[in-house]
Design a protein around this ligand. Structure first.
Ligand code: PLP
Length: 383
């Protein structure tokens, strides 16, 4: 459960575990569960893993998947399937830093891939693998992956999309996107950390990047993390594309099934309220990607006159957890590589607010109050 003495608005970093997910994990935690064992306990573990796998695949309309320990690992596994790559300049570090020699597709001012430039690169470089994220972790902007996949296939490339931020926030449909591989993980939407998956076409023979036992059909060795896999399956069932579109769903489960469409609508109402209030206070504030299709939970806001580091300290002092882009991994506040790639104005002043399943309207009011205080203080000092 969330720590209610803090206002947590950093779901794109990670989210509090949902109580239903925790209950499902608690029910198996502590048991000796190795799905490779052939005795009764091993068979029980295998059943749990396969049930979760079906629920996850059904949630994203996928064909098959390999469990991995993190989105980072699943991304690395995808990239290892080829030796020449075209990515974008706004990919997550787990793609961007893995491929220092990859060709980089440009983004336009609001953060959408420049498709003309992308096609030119496909033609000139003939990459064997294209990897473009479905939704950006900082701006929340959603890329036209279906179009990107069609173009890339026309030039003979395999296509991977990093859907870590999109999973559980918008309807993610593997087959409809037309990609060959897709990374998903559940800890941004109330599932456990320590688990993720690479969804892929059944026809694609994945080459492993780790070597050892024969788990995951020789694609990913290592004893499966059964409690976390159960948690991943539970989140997928809760956030199904269709109510009840899960394996063996009961009446009770049907009643509590949130469906991704409802979650998305309710979240974006709260996010839009926040943004409208901020713009009413400060017409000179910038909200990146506001006019584009975006994740419903993400708001990337630049407050004029005050740098992100100062804002972060102010909010932290007031018990509010937000983030300045992706710099959380280094513990330092740096200007976002994503905003730089977009040539975005006021990049030094940008803070990401990302909300989720436990966020309340009262918490949003508290955030707005705190934002207003700092903004007006800066304006008065400048006057
Ligand atoms: N891809 C994106 C878009 C992300 O936002 C993240 C994490 O923030 C990852 C991949 C990596 O996920 P993890 O840190 O859980 O391995």
């Amino acid at each position: 459960m969330p720590n209610k003495s803090l206002i947590y608005l950093d779901y794109n970093a990670t989210a509090p575990l949902r109580p239903d997910v925790k209950a499902a994990m608690d029910a198996v935690m502590g048991q000796a569960l190795n799905p490779s064992s052939i005795h009764a306990s091993g068979r029980a573990a295998r059943k749990l893993v396969e049930e979760a796998r079906k629920n996850i695949l059904r949630c994203v309309n996928g064909e098959t998947l390999v469990f991995c320990s993190s989105g980072t690992e699943a991304n690395n596994l995808a990239l290892a399937q080829a030796d020449s790559h075209l990515i974008s300049s706004i990919e997550h570090d787990s793609i961007y830093k893995t491929l220092p020699n990859a060709k980089l597709a440009k983004v336009e001012a609001e953060g959408i891939i420049d498709l003309e430039d992308f096609e030119k690169l496909l033609k000139a470089e003939k990459p064997k693998l294209v990897s473009i994220m479905l939704a950006n972790n900082e701006t929340g902007v959603i890329q036209p992956i279906k179009e990107i996949a069609e173009l890339a296939h026309k030039y003979g490339a395999l296509v991977h999309t990093d859907a870590v931020q999109a999973f559980g926030k918008i309807d993610v449909d593997f087959k409809n996107l037309g990609v060959d591989m897709m990374t998903i993980s559940c800890h941004k939407v109330g599932g456990p950390v320590g688990i993720a998956a690479l969804v892929h076409k059944s026809s694609l023979e994945l080459k492993p990047i780790l070597f050892g036992g024969g788990q995951e059909k020789n694609k990913r060795p290592g004893t499966e993390n059964v409690p976390s896999i159960v948690g991943f399956g539970e989140v997928s069932q809760l956030l199904s594309r269709q109510p009840g579109a899960s394996v063996g769903v009961s009446e009770r489960e049907l009643a509590r099934s949130e469906t991704i469409h409802n979650v998305s609508r309710e979240t974006s109402k709260l996010r839009d309220y926040l943004e409208n209030e901020i713009l009413a206070i400060a017409p000179d504030a910038i909200i990146y990607g506001k006019s584009l299709a975006r994740l419903p939970n993400t708001s990337y806001i630049a407050m004029p006159d005050i740098e992100a580091a100062t804002q972060l300290i102010h909010f932290d002092t007031n018990g509010i957890c937000v983030s300045s882009g992706s710099a959380c991994s280094s513990g330092k506040v740096e200007v976002s590589r994503i905003l730089k790639a977009m040539n975005a104005p006021l990049a030094k002043n940008a803070l990401r607010i990302s909300i989720g399943w436990a966020t309340t309207p009262e918490e949003i009011e508290q955030f707005i109050k705190s934002w207003r205080e700092m903004y007006l203080r800066a304006k008065n000092a400048a006057a």
